[in-house]
Design a protein around this ligand. Structure first.
Ligand code: URA
Length: 213
């Protein structure tokens, strides 16, 4: 099992604020976005580049550009909270949405929403979900993307539980996992401890909703 943690004083500072139950939803959403932004250099550090010739105002030279198109894949709904933080530094990245729910009878994750190109073979995919808890959704999302020929994927979360990292590493050992912090464990409801609560509810201000999983 392995996760690359992005160590940065600002991330530690913002994460502390995000964990605090007194932090407002507006500030919480802002903090998740800022943490996401601070993670971008590490998440993209090993993207392949290719050389090309460019004319500067003075002469011709060899420059570099990303070798493949980037695609952000936020897992609905909490993953949306990380998109702006990534898009600010990766403005040309397409954003493909993926929504999954857990079937109450089979307990299997089911894709209920997708907006993706038919083939993902050309893309570098950055899958976004702030919370890697049991790992079930992350595994299913990545399996789904691989069925669409995704070959280059990385999974980015803010907080991870050891259980989620283990599960995701087991089902997709080829997919790097990058996070801002790893917490202690999951509770019996699948929440990360000490965690920060329900990230989707805190981003979207729906702390009292009881009609969705
Ligand atoms: N999803 C969340 O939003 N929070 C958790 O603690 C676990 C999963």
């Amino acid at each position: 099992m392995s996760i690359q943690l992005v160590e940065h004083p600002l991330i530690r500072h913002y994460l502390g604020r995000a964990r605090d139950l007194r932090t407002s939803c507006t500030e919480f959403a802002d903090l998740i976005e800022r943490i996401a932004s601070l993670m971008v250099p590490t998440v993209t550090a090993n993207l392949e580049t290719e050389a090309y010739e460019v004319e500067t105002p003075l002469e011709q030279m060899r420059a570099y550009r990303l070798a493949r198109p980037l695609m952000l894949v936020p897992i609905l709904r909490a993953g949306l909270g990380m998109v702006d933080g990534f898009s600010r530094l990766l403005p040309t990245a397409a954003v493909a949405h993926l929504g999954l729910y857990r079937n109450e009878e089979t307990l299997e994750p089911v894709v209920y929403y997708k907006k993706l190109p038919a083939s993902l073979a050309r893309h570098e995919l950055i899958v976004l979900d702030p919370m890697l808890a049991t790992g079930g959704t992350a595994c299913a999302a990545i399996s789904y993307l691989k069925e669409r020929q995704a070959a280059r994927l990385r999974f980015v979360c803010v907080l991870a539980a050891p259980e989620g990292v283990e599960q995701l590493s087991r089902c997709h050992p080829d997919v790097p996992i990058i996070g801002a912090a790893m917490d202690r464990e999951l509770n019996s409801q699948g929440y990360i401890l000490p965690g920060l609560g329900d990230a989707g509810d805190r981003i979207f201000g729906t702390m009292f909703s009881s009609d969705e999983g």
